[in-house]
Design a protein around this ligand. Structure first.
Ligand SMILES: Cc1cc2nc3c(=O)[nH]c(=O)nc-3n(C[C@H](O)[C@H](O)[C@H](O)COP(=O)(O)OP(=O)(O)OC[C@H]3O[C@@H](n4cnc5c(N)ncnc54)[C@H](O)[C@@H]3O)c2cc1C
Ligand SMILES: NC(=O)Cc1c[nH]c2ccccc12
Length: 475
């Protein structure tokens, strides 16, 4: 075949086709490298790998990076081992909790936080109890008492039309799949309200974010609420995928980046970055679509899935992990945590289990703020962090160092972003895709979750793919 042929996904590296050959449930075992090749050693891939191994199949997990865990990433080298990826484990995360329990890992509550006590708006430092009467507060009258960091959630929660976690799939829900900005204006939002709500949005911006996305998240939250608040993994979230990987019969192949995937109804193959080709009866790709869209994929994908791979939106997040060289907040007596409309967005303090600050701070930038930060190099980000903090909290002057930058954006080639979100009108499109297998290529990963989001969506999706393969293989 023609080696320069471009993938049907368009705009990709011309990787050309390569032979699938010899595979199939009854294929010549000498010519395949595993029964199932799994791309990605995050939660989705590892959960699927364990399930398939437990059923007796031979599995090979390929991971581009030198680290297990993907978007679970614990910064073990920093004081208090802050999390750079997923952290909050919901009460309904049954699969995730079961895998952790198998490894003897435990969960703990979050230490008390002082987030919400103090905020910075238009450069002014404001305590929460002063907000309603602050000259900086230009919110519509009915909303003046709501702190900007809680405004969007609070308004959305009051009006959630979804009865439960299943309801987003109902055709009737399509009427709610509208831009958050449009809905907020219909509720009385002025420009200042929109500006403040855009600052820490769990998406790109209010204009490109579907209300159905937040209502779905809130329906999940409502389901969890009576069961208890979110917890964290004692010892770090990354321990869960690491211990899952350690239980596999065949070691995860680290440093094995996949560049091309080929699958039809009889077999499947991948080509690695180094040019090697590996064959299997089935492939599971757990790559975020923001990553998969840059690979060459030659498989009978249905049109809706093809569209989702090319176009699914990812929330950009940039985290600046900052080390405070002295506890400067003790000088002004205010909480180290802050909601701000500054380029640093939200500041969290890493606290020990008994609630004492460890000295690590985290500036968590979402959406537009993250995109702006992502254009800057680490040195420029350190200057930005020091100067912005010093302007808001003079006591911090000269006492903050940038310890780690975590970019969950398109510039991170292994993630493409933090997690998927729906743009207005997309819930129906992606619901229709349902990510059915393309020949022997199965798609999994957080973005293909159904009744969960985040970590448990990854687990749910890995399980779905593993079961589908076991069915197809007659195992
Ligand atoms: C900042 C942040 C905060 C979050 N907070 C929470 C939270 O509190 N609660 C929650 O439930 N969820 C949270 N999430 C989401 C959660 O972490 C993810 O949904 C989940 O970890 C995704 O797992 P996955 O297996 O689908 O994907 P990933 O973990 O991304 O796994 C995919 C793997 O594929 C690898 N890979 C990429 N390209 C290639 C290639 N070409 N070849 C081979 N391998 C490749 C990657 O390195 C990665 O290891 C958060 C995520 C982020 C980024
Ligand atoms: N940024 C966040 O909201 C963290 C988070 C908590 N629970 C989640 C579930 C899915 C994705 C992110 C999260």
């Amino acid at each position: 075949m023609n080696l320069t042929r471009r993938s049907a996904l368009g705009g990709l590296i011309g990787a050309g086709a390569f032979a699938i050959g010899g595979c199939g449930p009854q294929g010549d075992r000498g010519r395949k490298d595993a029964d199932v090749i799994i791309i990605g050693a995050g939660l989705a891939g590892l959960h699927a790998a364990l399930m398939l191994e437990e059923a007796g199949l031979e599995v090979m997990v390929l991971e581009a990076s030198r680290r297990i865990g993907g978007r679970l990433k614990t910064l073990d080298h920093l004081p208090g081992a802050p999390e750079a990826g997923g952290q909050q484990v919901g009460a309904t995360y049954a699969r995730f909790r079961a895998r952790a329990a198998e490894a003897g890992l435990e969960f703990t509550g979050f230490p008390p936080s002082r987030f919400g006590e103090v905020m910075s708006v238009n450069g002014a430092l404001i305590e929460a109890r002063q907000w309603a009467g602050s000259v900086q507060n230009a919110l519509p009258e009915a909303w003046r008492a709501i702190p900007p960091g809680r405004l969007f959630m609070q308004l959305a929660m009051r009006a959630n039309p979804l009865e439960d976690v299943y309801a987003w799939r109902d055709p009737g829900s399509a009427a709610h799949d509208i831009a958050a900005a449009q809905w907020l204006v219909s509720q009385g939002a002025n420009d200042e309200a929109l500006r403040l709500m855009d600052t820490s949005l769990n998406g790109r911006d209010l204009a490109s974010y579907s209300m159905l996305n937040i209502w779905r998240s809130l329906a999940i939250y409502e389901q969890e609420r009576p069961l208890g608040g979110a917890q964290q993994v004692a010892g770090g979230a990354q321990r869960v995928p690491e211990t899952m990987a350690a239980r596999l019969a065949r070691e995860v192949r680290l440093g094995h980046g996949v560049r091309a995937i080929q699958a039809d109804d009889s077999g499947a193959a991948v080509r690695l970055e180094d040019g090697r080709e590996l064959r299997a009866d089935f492939i599971i790709s757990t790559l975020p679509f923001a990553v998969l869209r840059h690979l060459s994929v030659d498989a009978p994908l249905d049109p809706a899935t093809r569209e989702a791979i090319a176009d699914m939106a990812y929330t950009p997040i940039v985290q600046l992990h900052l080390e405070a060289q002295t506890p400067w907040w003790e000088e002004d007596g205010l909480a180290p945590e802050m909601w701000t409309d500054s380029p640093l967005n939200r500041i969290f303090a890493q606290r020990s289990p008994d609630g004492d600050p460890t000295g690590m701070l985290l500036a968590w930038l979402d959406g537009r703020g993250a995109l702006a930060a992502d254009d800057m190099d680490d040195a420029a980000l350190e200057t930005l962090a020091r100067e912005t903090l010093a302007a808001i909290r003079p006591a911090s002057q000269g006492r903050v160092r940038l310890a780690h930058v975590q970019r969950w954006t398109a510039s991170n080639p292994l993630a493409g972003g933090a997690y998927m979100h729906w743009r207005p009108g997309e819930a129906r499109r992606w619901a229709e895709a349902r990510f059915t297998p393309a020949g022997r290529l199965h798609l999994a990963g957080e973005h293909t979750g159904d009744l969960h989001t985040g970590m448990e969506a990854a687990m749910e999706s890995g399980e779905r793919a593993a079961i589908a393969i076991l069915d197809a293989a007659g195992a």
